[in-house]
Design a protein around this ligand. Sequence first.
Ligand code: FES
Length: 122
Amino acid sequence: MEYVRVARSGQVPDGYVRRFFAGELELAVARLRGTAYATSNYCTHLDCLLSSGKLVDDGIGCSCHGSVFDLRTGEAVCPPATEPIKTFPVKEENGEIFVGLTEHDIAQGSRLAGPRRRGTAG
Ligand code: FES
């Protein structure tokens, strides 16, 4: 695993989630109570973008139908989603956010989307 720089720390203020890319891999990078988190960017319910969602007390909330995912574990803590999202380790150094990824994660990025998108991606 390698830590890949994805953003400046200031691009992800506390309480916000934003979309960033590492190669083919699309990430939702969020900051909740000062800590930065990185997850896959597609809700496991019907593939809405989590970077368009909102942070709530329990984690990241999908704007489409209200599913909530734990930012540390990816677990779906509020339905209708039941499958977890993928989470990645994050570190911040010198005002920059780095996400721990394998080459496989980056190369397979587009396959981290939910069932509908996987179906269209072949
Ligand atoms: S697509 Fe996220 S809750 Fe339905």
